[in-house]
Design a protein around this ligand. Sequence first.
Ligand SMILES: Nc1nc2c(c(=O)[nH]1)N[C@H]1C(S)=C(S)[C@@H](COP(=O)(O)O)O[C@H]1N2
Ligand SMILES: [Mo]
Length: 320
Amino acid sequence: MLTRTRKIWDVIDHRATDEALVTNRRKLLAGMGMGTIGLSFIGRAHAQEAGSLIAPELYPGERNPAFTLDRPLTEEKLATTYNNFYEFGGSKDIVDAAQALTIKPWTLTIDGMVEQTVEMDVGDIVRRLPIEERLYRHRCVEAWSMDVPWSGFPLKVLLDLARPQGSAKYVRFETFLNPDEAPAQQQSWYPWPYIEGLSIAEAGNDLAFIATGMYGKPLLKQNGAPIRLVTPWKYGFKSIKSIRKITLTDQRPVSYWEELGPSEYGFWANVNPEVPHPRWSQAYERPLGDFGSVPTRLFNGYAEQVASLYSGMEGEQLFM
Ligand SMILES: Nc1nc2c(c(=O)[nH]1)N[C@H]1C(S)=C(S)[C@@H](COP(=O)(O)O)O[C@H]1N2
Ligand SMILES: [Mo]
């Protein structure tokens, strides 16, 4: 019998392997003069039926000029076809599989240490909260990156609907659990559902964003429709997709990747080029659509906004 640990290592190795395979495939296609998008990808970004999108008329919202970029946006087709969404499989090519997810209706619950438990349909939430657009960098722990126009609202604005109590120290996020629609969730050695967490201070930072759209439209299923977190100073796995439940708590949540590989994926997961992943360097990254690499920046370039959150915490494993 395989031990759980053995299986976990298979899973984690799978990540690096997939990345290498996709990179080779992209190089091959580029060499054939097809550019950076594989043939099988073309046209699929919009496979999702228009009728299943939530409130498209609200997007993109007004662009917030405080959040701009010093490098070009990633091509929409790449950002919507090269995905990590383990509920739909361990490869980057999960667009078709993700279309099985039912997102209408979708109830989001905010509970735990709050004055008022909230259970609201995401359609009602996006009609109630003002939608804005922000351009953010995204750095995956696997060392690829992208630059995306997200639409949504600050996490704090969402949490305030439930009025968190003063005793709450952490925010715990939980993705859907539905093995019928997401077959990889039938694999019992993964700790489903996908969980993530932030400290209250992190959640209250203006950079912590809830996205319900990208590229001027409602989020596509492969990108975490109908509602996901975006924390651009942290490795991408913190940006949990398709959230069902948000719980205010005084216990530090153990995230999905931390549960699978605690020596590889920690709670804080702040981007730092000087702290290598145990199996690869984090000094450089490859922007999607580029074949070259560029240096990775401390806190993914957001040190000015977030470094103060971590002063006095040098003893913590901040960057894993
Ligand atoms: N529920 C869930 N959220 C998730 C993931 C996942 O597998 N499941 N993958 C994470 C990782 S590793 C990254 S890099 C980003 C990828 O987001 P994208 O596919 O929109 O680029 O989603 C994050 N959120
Ligand atoms: Mo990632």
